[in-house]
Structure formats: structure tokens, C-alpha cells
Design a protein around this ligand. Structure first.
Ligand code: FAD
Length: 379
């Protein structure tokens, strides 16, 4: 991950060298080195906490991750910083849609650990876009999948559950032996009836922050200066982060024409952006994008603005105490989703797989596509 500060982009080399290579005042440089060392220490601790021991369940590792440095906020842990350095850390914390004083020190450390440690999860990309995974699963499941179906309630029953679902404006009741509730925590809280009080309370207390994203299609005919860059944190701009998602395609084979950039603003910046019209957001994004990557001006073909009011759950102090209520058995209703651990796709996928295994374990052997797909996705 690179950094764009005071008109300069540094996006290669060891992160430890960034304080020396960015155009900062001596006081800001010193402050950055101090905070950087503290962060390096905390990120290493997070990496140790996240590592699964042999024979340990994924849920035990999740609980340990959530409890890591949970008794102070990220802002308190970093302490007083030079304003320029504070802006850098704020931009990066807003990647999880919250401010440094809203997340635990462990959560802040995790944001860096997943970038710095190639064994942790964020350092992976699905070439073609992450939507390929659910699309492929859906293709294998065929007509068993119903999309555009809004679940209105899930009512546990002695041998399963009844689901009330609205499809194409019509309400239907469906009976199931198992339900995997893979909706965001606040939706699961709203639709699943009869939850134990502590589980319902825990679901209601998972905080989510906003993101406002801009996807930028570019039409260049050859290599661009950002081809080698994947992500840049952009403090003080209309967005916190800039991504070059096509980066994974560069460097192998011929450089295809065109590309795709993405920017987003989260946390307080996201809340400010939510007050603006799409046109105003687009203008602000493009203006700041061209101050960081000047060549972009001539190649933008299309911009799409997308608003996520509840984009990602974040880990606030005290979050780990909710974990037992979220991981407990709820009979035939199984919970899955990113809010069950350090929030990212891996946790969503792993908890989904765990729930699927539990459900399959309780079902009579099933012939056909469903069981075959589960076999295929097992690691
Ligand atoms: C802009 C952005 C960038 C991100 N970047 C990364 C990244 O680089 N790496 C990473 O690991 N993670 C990233 N994330 C986070 C990642 O997308 C989430 O952690 C992940 O998608 C969570 O998966 P999930 O299945 O738990 O929830 P979701 O993906 O939110 O899925 C929940 C589903 O429930 C559906 N639903 C809601 N209500 C109902 C209802 N009543 N009935 C039926 N269905 C319902 C929704 O439509 C949705 O499809 C990013 C998120 C955003 C918004």
C-alpha cells in the first residue's frame, strides 16, 4: 500500500522507509517514525493472535483476534501525533469505515497486519473480480438458487424453521431443516425471531460505518504510471483510498488497453460524502484523483458512484465480549458473516462454510449438485 502526501506518491519499497521518503516536516517525520514503530509492534502481535494453532477451531482464533488489544482505542494507542501523521492514520482507519477513536487498537493493528503479512488474507485477489466466486457457486447450484428474494422473517420451529420471503412482490412461506442467516448483523437481528436475548443484543450492537465509492473506467491505450501500484492511502483528499484493481493483470503478458480505478471515502468522510449529490461526489473524486495521478484526466471514460450506508462492521472496544453470544448454538438457525470476526471476506466465507458443514452434518445424505459443490470448495 502506497501513500500520497503533500503532492508526492510513495508506493514501493519497505513501509519503514516511508517517513523518510515523504515530503514531511522534521517534526512530522519524527512523529511518523514513532507511531510507525508502535504500529509495527502491534501489527506483529495481531499476526501472532490471528495465527491458528494446530487443532484449534477457527472460532477460537476469531475470538483471540477480536480480543487483541481491545481495552484501548486505536487513537489512544497511537497517542498524540503530528496533525499530518494523524491524517495519514485516519485515512487508513477509515478503510474500516470508522475513526481511530471508534475502533480498538487491535482492529487498527489488524488493518496493517493484513497488508504487511502476506500469509494473512487481504493480500489476495480473485482475478476477474470477487463476484466470480458467488457467480460460480450459483452456476453449480442452478435452479436451487433464488435471487432477489427478501427474507422478512425466520421463525425457528422444533425440527427446523419457517422462512417468510418476498419474491417479485409475492410473499411465500418456506420450510427448512436448517437456515444459514448470512445477512448483515442488523438484518439478522431484525428478521430472526426467538433469538436468545444475549444473541439478539449482540447482533444489535455490531456497529457499521459508511462507504461512498467511485468506480472509474479508464480507456488508455498503453502502459500508465500507476500500473505497478495496487493501493494508495490518500489523506486530506475527497477519498481515503485509491485502488488500481487492474494491477493484478499487469506484469504478465501484453499490457491490454484500458483499466479500472476505484476510490472510496469511509467513516466521517463517508458521512460527509453521503450528504452530497452523485454529481458533486463525482466532481470531487475526479478533481482529487487527477492531483494524485495527473495522467488520469485524459483517459477517464466512465464514473459510477455507489453509496453504502452500512458498508462494513468495525471492531469497537468491548466487541469481544459479544462473541460467546454470537458463536453459541442456535439450533437449526446458523449465523454466518464478516461481523463474526475481523471483518473481511475471508471471515464471511469461513463462517459460511462452517455453517454449511453443520447443516450438512444434520441432513440425510443429499444426492446432486448441492453436496458436490460443498465437496469442491472444501480447502
Ligand atoms: C467498498 C468495499 C470494499 C471492500 N474491500 C474489501 C477488500 O478489499 N477485502 C476484503 O476482504 N473485504 C472487503 N470488503 C468487505 C467485504 O465486502 C465484506 O466483508 C463481505 O462482503 C461480507 O460478506 P457477508 O456475506 O458477510 O455480507 P454481505 O456481502 O453484505 O452479504 C449479505 C447479503 O445479504 C443480503 N440481504 C440483506 N438483507 C436481506 C434480506 N432481508 N433477505 C435476503 N437477503 C438479504 C444482501 O443483499 C447481501 O447480498 C469491502 C467492502 C466494501 C463495501
Amino acid at each position: 500500500m502506497g501513500l500520497a502526501v503533500n503532492g508526492k506518491v510513495v508506493a514501493s519499497g519497505a513501509p519503514e522507509t516511508y517517513p523518510l521518503r515523504l515530503p514531511l516536516s522534521p517534526a512530522a517525520r519524527l512523529s511518523f517514525i514513532k507511531s510507525g514503530l508502535k504500529l509495527r509492534w502491534a501489527a506483529q502481535g495481531f499476526q501472532r493472535a490471528a495465527r491458528r494453532q494446530i487443532g484449534e477451531s477457527a472460532s477460537a482464533a476469531r475470538a483471540r483476534e477480536l480480543a487483541y488489544r481491545e481495552n484501548e482505542t486505536f487513537a489512544d494507542y497511537l497517542g498524540v501525533m503530528h496533525p499530518e501523521v494523524e491524517a495519514i492514520f485516519r485515512a487508513i482507519a477509515e478503510r474500516i469505515t470508522a475513526e481511530p477513536h471508534e475502533i480498538t487498537a487491535g482492529c487498527g493493528a489488524g488493518l496493517f497486519a493484513v497488508v504487511w503479512d502476506s500469509n494473512l488474507t487481504l493480500a489476495r485477489n480473485l482475478i476477474g473480480g470477487s463476484a466470480l466466486l458467488p457467480l460460480t457457486l450459483a452456476r453449480h447450484l442452478g435452479s436451487r438458487i433464488v435471487t432477489g428474494a427478501a427474507v422478512e422473517e425466520v421463525v425457528p420451529e422444533p425440527t427446523g424453521a419457517r422462512i417468510r420471503v418476498r419474491v417479485a412482490g409475492r410473499v411465500r412461506d418456506v420450510s427448512a431443516k436448517y437456515v444459514i442467516a448470512a445477512t448483515p448483523a442488523y438484518v439478522t437481528h431484525r428478521i430472526v425471531r426467538g433469538l436468545p436475548a444475549d444473541t439478539a443484543d449482540a447482533l444489535a450492537r455490531i456497529p457499521y460505518g459508511p462507504f461512498v465509492c467511485g468506480a472509474v473506467l479508464t480507456g488508455e491505450s498503453g502502459p500508465m504510471p500507476w500500473d505497478d501500484v495496487y493501493a494508495i492511502a490518500t489523506p486530506g483528499k475527497a477519498f481515503n483510498m485509491l485502488f488500481n484493481h487492474a494491477n493484478v493483470l499487469r506484469g504478465s503478458g501484453p499490457r491490454e488497453p484500458g483499466g479500472s480505478l476505484m476510490v472510496y471515502g469511509g467513516g466521517d468522510l463517508g458521512r460527509r460524502l453521503l450528504q452530497m449529490t452523485d454529481g458533486q461526489i463525482q466532481e470531487a473524486f475526479l478533481r482529487d484523483l487527477s492531483t494524485i495521478l495527473p495522467e488520469v484526466k485524459d483517459v477517464v471514460r466512465e464514473v459510477i458512484v455507489h453509496r453504502w450506508e452500512h458498508a462494513i462492521p468495525y471492531i469497537a472496544p468491548g466487541r469481544h465480549r459479544l462473541q460467546p453470544a454470537l458463536e453459541r448454538s442456535l439450533g437449526n438457525v446458523l449465523l454466518a458473516g464478516d461481523y463474526l470476526g475481523f471483518p473481511e471476506m475471508e471471515v464471511a466465507a469461513v463462517t459460511g462454510l462452517e455453517a454449511a458443514r453443520t447443516a450438512r452434518g444434520g441432513l440425510a445424505p443429499v444426492e446432486g449438485a448441492q453436496s458436490r459443490v460443498l465437496e469442491r470448495v472444501q480447502p
